[in-house]
Design a protein around this ligand. Structure first.
Ligand SMILES: *Cc1c(COP(=O)(O)O)cnc(C)c1O
Length: 357
């Protein structure tokens, strides 16, 4: 069976070696030695000045919205994983959707200003499949209207824009280290902010607000990564170069062999170093997508309709119509992409797709 992704696992001896450190310390959480080391190593790897690792990629969205959204209207994208919109609703803010650009698939920055009202507090946009939003224009709009910017950068491990980590953009950026993501800790995530005072609030927000055993800065939640998760991160991180190398080869194979007279790939924004995190293809029609899905499923190959449906169609959100996002969601599918997917499997996937277009 071939799924859209397969979790990368380091040699178990290397994971054991890390886990033994936790045994030796008899210390499993509350920002122990392994979490602190992981943060230091990630800072170097990502070339960022700050990071707070968290227990998943959704909690940092909630913390960001709690601190910056202030129960107002949040301008957001309908084309993302459900966590983006759900976090807004969960934090008692109101999602206000702005449609996406048909090629980049990120929020259409030219439509943001007309959605701003006196109740708007922040923009929460997703760098879709590791493809950066138009961060320059979004920053200018936010400045002009005194809004905060949060980026759901769950897909963006290692992505750079104009030579800088994409996590450096916006007031807060978040990432996911879920088992299906490019870099993972099983479950996990991170949040980034350049403003010291804001980072301080984020930090205590993820540790129940503790300032000491009996004193509190303010309200908090439990967003801590455990030592066992950090052990996974520390044993996966040394493999990142290999992981990227392998993925790059698979992406090149798809690029060279898929029939792009009838398909499209997303347009990657200029000046960005992309991370080979997903391989989305866009069909001309939904019928084509169904046909390809069926022929692949017949031989136990399972691509994923990602993202589907457009988030404005979800019953508890029900935003206004978003033609580009809705139409794209009907026609887009992510192809298998993971370390260990071999050439004969790739040949089979490509042959089946091309012959049913
Ligand atoms: C995976 C993902 C999340 C959620 O991350 P978790 O670690 O699973 O909580 C949020 N947003 C996007 C775009 C994602 O793909």
């Amino acid at each position: 069976m071939i799924n859209v992704t397969k979790t990368f696992l380091p040699p178990i001896e290397e994971y054991n070696k890390q886990v033994q450190r936790a045994w030796h310390n008899q210390w499993l959480t509350n920002r122990g030695e392994l979490v602190l080391e992981l943060e230091e190593k990630l800072k170097k790897y990502l070339d960022v000045s700050n990071i707070i690792v968290t227990n998943n990629g959704t909690i940092p969205l909630q913390i960001a919205l709690k601190l910056l959204g202030k129960q107002g209207e949040i301008i957001t994208t309908p084309f993302s994983y459900v966590a983006t919109a759900a976090a807004i609703v969960w934090e008692n803010c109101i999602p206000v959707f702005v449609d996406i650009h048909p090629e980049y698939l990120t929020i259409d920055e030219t439509k943001i200003e007309q959605a701003i009202t006196s109740k708007t507090t922040a923009i929460l946009a997703t760098h879709v499949f590791g493809n950066p939003c138009n961060v320059d224009v979004i920053e200018a709009i936010a400045k002009r209207h005194n809004l905060k910017v949060i980026y759901d950068a769950a897909h963006c491990f290692g992505v750079k824009y104009k030579g800088k980590s994409i996590f450096d953009f916006g007031d807060i950026s978040t990432c996911s280290f879920h088992a299906t993501k490019l870099f993972h800790t099983g479950e996990g995530g991170a949040m980034f902010a350049n403003d010291t005072a804001l980072r301080h609030k984020m930090y205590y927000s993820h540790t129940f607000g503790h300032i000491g055993p009996v004193d509190y800065y303010g309200v908090g939640i439990n967003g801590k990564l455990s030592e066992l998760q950090a052990a996974m991160g520390l044993s996966v991180l040394p493999y990142m170069e290999n992981i990227l190398e392998e993925r790059k080869k698979i992406v090149a194979y798809y690029n060279d062999n898929l029939d792009f007279s009838k398909l499209k790939f997303i347009k990657i924004r200029k000046d960005s170093d992309w991370n080979y995190s997903y391989y989305p293809i866009i069909f001309e029609t939904e019928e084509q997508l169904y046909k390809v899905e069926k022929t692949l499923n017949e031989v136990e190959i399972y691509p994923r309709r990602y993202f589907y449906p457009s988030l404005n169609k979800i019953e508890y959100i029900s935003g206004s119509t978003m033609p580009v996002s809705e139409n794209t969601a009907l026609r887009i599918m992510c192809l298998p992409l993971y370390v260990g997917l071999d050439i004969s499997e790739l040949e089979k996937i490509v042959l089946r797709i091309n012959s049913s277009l």
